[in-house]
Design a protein around this ligand. Structure first.
Ligand code: UDP
Length: 328
């Protein structure tokens, strides 16, 4: 049974990855410092003997007993609001956390896949974004703490590949959505659906003409799975090229939820990218991957999941204790 470490296991993507690799017959070791992760995302896995969980911050030295065949480094705050609240931790987990994971991969002779991001392209001057584009990032802006940490992560990962011969994979993840996103993480989809569920107006930032391209989580997880098992060490974009303006997206959420609330406009956050859409030619050619879930289908699934959330989560994030299951 192959054994895999997944950092950021209690987060949105991390928890879906735990599910997928357990379903594929892997033994899964999850790790998370629970700053933005939530153990409710893993609650259903705690009784399984193929799953263990460590409460640990990967920005400090990482020790995992036993063999590891694979490492997925997915620990990181991932929403612009989180970067503002915890900028130093965001920088540390992308840089020091990556270094620790690479060192661990080397010690265990494991293959490592690191989660990079479309944010390495910054506010892109090339559209759609190909992997060859070097990006347009403001290092000292509010998003710089995430963007530059991820750019450093890519450089460090390539260096381990080149100088140590480590088996490395780099995925550049574009906007992804689905069940288990934190309702109050500030990102546009949970923000709009949360507002609709609470009977509040939907807040569009700027004039809503900025674009994003949203990928359903199951498609992303399939792309990660294929990239990990491929032999391609350079960055690969995974995302859904179906591009939409944020104003159109708000209209779609209004239709989906049937809310009678309206759209209100708020100032555009500093350095908010004006456009974003992945060129997925490489993923198609190298991995035979392309997204399968349409936005209308994916949004329905996500809305149904958000509707099940208890009232206290809808209005305030609750914290529960899973002490018995957590290793320190
Ligand atoms: N956005 C918005 N209203 C919100 C939250 C976000 O209009 O309540 C906009 C935001 O300015 C950005 C887009 O939606 O242009 C996507 O934002 P998100 O934070 O989801 O992701 P990112 O900017 O990292 O792509």
């Amino acid at each position: 049974m192959p054994r895999i470490l997944i950092t950021g296991a209690a987060g949105f993507l991390g928890s879906h990855l735990c599910d997928r690799f357990l379903a594929e017959g892997y033994e899964v070791v999850g790790m998370d410092n629970l700053i933005t992760g939530d153990l409710r995302n893993l609650e259903h896995l705690f009784p399984r003997k193929e799953f263990t969980f460590y409460h640990h911050d990967v920005s400090t030295f990482v020790h995992v007993p036993g063999a590891l065949d694979y490492i997925l480094h997915f620990a990181s705050p991932a929403s612009p609001i989180d970067y503002l609240k915890i900028p130093i931790q965001t920088l540390k987990v992308g840089s020091l956390g990556t270094h620790n994971c690479l060192g661990l991969a080397r010690a265990k002779k494991a293959r490592i896949l690191v989660a990079s991001t479309s944010e390495v392209y910054g506010d892109p001057a090339v559209h759609p974004q190909t992997e060859e584009y070097w990006g347009n990032v403001n290092p000292v802006g509010p998003r710089g703490v995430y963007d530059e940490a991820k750019r450093f992560q890519e450089a460090m990962t390539m260096a381990y590949h080149t100088y140590h011969g480590l088996e490395t994979r780099i995925i550049r993840i574009f906007n992804t959505y689905g069940p288990r996103m934190r309702l109050n993480d500030g990102r546009v989809l949970p923000a709009f659906i949360g507002q609709a569920l609470r009977g509040e107006d939907l807040t569009v930032f700027g004039d809503g003409s900025q674009t994003r391209s949203f990928c359903f989580v199951d498609d992303l997880v399939e792309g990660i799975y294929r990239l990990l098992l491929s032999d391609y060490p350079y960055p690969v974009n995974i995302g859904n090229p179906d591009e939409i303006t944020i104003a159109q997206f708000a209209e779609e959420i209004i239709k989906l939820t049937g809310t009678t609330q309206k759209v209100i406009y708020k100032p555009l956050p500093k350095d908010d990218p004006t456009q974003r859409r992945p060129d997925i030619t490489k993923a198609k050619q190298i991995l035979g991957w392309e997204p399968k879930v349409s936005r209308s289908e994916g949004l329905k699934i996500t809305y149904e999941a958000f509707k099940q959330l208890p009232q206290d989560v809808l209005y305030k994030q609750e914290h529960r204790d899973f002490e018995g299951y957590v290793r320190k």
